[in-house]
Each structure stands twice: as structure tokens, then as C-alpha cells.
Design a binder for this molecule. Structure first.
Ligand code: COA
Length: 173
């Protein structure tokens, strides 16, 4: 288990899957994610079975200090040769948005990525209209490296996506 100031990160269990399905069927959450189909338990179970077989994708449940699960995050496409990975995160319990949990979870995972996994770069993509997430990533040391123009079609029109990344040499706890 990884410990932050406000959160703990633990491995997901099969018993967590109904919670993930509830979070991921909330369009207020998924409007910021690449997911767009309604999600069934069967699909989520299949995702979990596949996850167990993949070495280059690790998912964590974000819990409060009291042990309440509030969201999910992961390091994906871990590339051991080039020492980089893609970070993904969502807090499914919307009451916990904007209260510093995301920042603490990301800082905790970055510390693990740089100091334990010996990664050199953590990157992500974020929708341009997701200003809360962008602010959160900036607080964690991510810088914007590029703009993918009209890369996303949502709600009847195209939007840009930003590519952001943090390097080990510029990362602060
Ligand atoms: C993105 C997410 C993980 C961030 O976690 P969080 O706990 O909400 O973020 P934090 O509270 O740590 O930081 C958010 C920052 O943005 C600010 N903020 C909050 N709402 C904002 C808004 N609508 N616009 C701009 N900034 C906003 C906060 O004030 C805070 O900055 P500050 O500390 O300088 O005041 C979380 O909001 C979430 O899961 N959202 C839905 C799914 C999602 O967007 N996932 C990311 C996909 S790339």
C-alpha cells in the first residue's frame, strides 16, 4: 500500500468492481474520460481479468485515510526500456472533487514511479475543457508539451487534447 498525506493507494480487488461500474456509469465523471459506452459488470469483470495478466498496466484504488474508496488511478503502458508510463486518474465520488485528494494521490504515485520504479517520465492526455484536472496536474509538476487539435469529439463538436508530462529531474515532492 502506498501512503500519501490524505490518501492511500491499494491494489484493486474483485469486490471493488461494482463500485467501479457505478462510478463509470456516471456521465459527470465519464465526460472527462475516454470511456463513452454504458459499462456492464460483465465488461468490467473482463477488464479486471485482463488486467491481472498485464505486466505493464497497474491500477490502484484511491482511499481516504478512513479507508473509503473514492476513485481509481493507474500507470499504463509502462515502458521499461525508455523508463516512462502513462498516468490515468478519476475520482468517482464527486463530493471529493476539488479538495486536494487528486493532487495527493498523483504526488504519491509519482514518488513511487520515480523513486521505486525508476521511471524517468510520466505523461498523460487531458481534454482541454478539463480545467480542474489541468490545474491539478500543474500542481504536481506536469507541463504542457503539446496540443492535439480537434482530437476529441464530444457533445456535438470537436475539442483539443493537451499532452502533459513530468520528468524525474523536474519533479518535486
Ligand atoms: C481530475 C481529478 C482527478 C482532480 O482531483 P481533485 O481532487 O478534484 O483535484 P485537487 O483538488 O487536488 O486540485 C484541483 C485544483 O483545481 C482547482 N479547481 C477546482 N475546480 C476547478 C475548475 N472548475 N476549474 C479550474 N480549476 C478548478 C482547485 O481549486 C485546485 O487548485 P488549487 O489547489 O490551486 O485551488 C478529479 O477532479 C476527477 O477525478 N475528475 C473527474 C475525472 C477526471 O477529470 N479525470 C482526469 C482525466 S484526464
Amino acid at each position: 500500500m502506498l501512503r500519501g498525506r490524505k490518501v492511500r493507494l491499494r491494489a484493486p480487488e474483485r469486490e471493488d468492481l461494482p463500485l467501479f461500474v457505478r462510478w463509470l456509469n456516471d456521465t459527470e465523471v465519464t465526460r472527462y474520460l475516454t470511456l463513452y459506452w454504458p459499462l456492464s459488470m460483465a465488461e468490467e469483470e473482463q477488464w479486471f481479468e485482463n488486467l491481472l495478466k498485464r505486466e505493464n498496466d497497474r491500477v490502484f484504488v484511491i482511499e481516504t485515510e478512513e479507508g473509503k474508496p473514492i476513485g481509481n488511478m493507474g500507470l499504463h503502458n509502462i515502458d521499461w526500456k525508455n523508463r516512462k508510463a502513462v498516468l490515468g486518474i478519476f475520482i468517482g465520488e464527486k463530493d471529493y472533487w476539488g479538495k486536494g485528494y487528486g493532487t495527493d494521490a498523483i504526488k504519491t504515485l509519482l514518488r513511487f514511479a520515480f523513486e521505486e520504479l525508476n521511471l524517468n517520465r510520466v505523461e498523460l492526455r487531458v481534454f482541454e475543457f478539463n480545467t480542474r484536472a489541468i490545474r491539478c496536474y500543474e500542481k504536481c509538476g506536469f507541463v504542457t508539451e503539446g496540443r492535439l487539435r480537434q482530437s476529441l469529439f464530444r457533445n456535438g463538436r470537436y475539442h483539443d487534447e493537451l499532452v502533459m508530462a513530468v520528468l524525474r529531474e523536474e519533479w518535486k515532492v
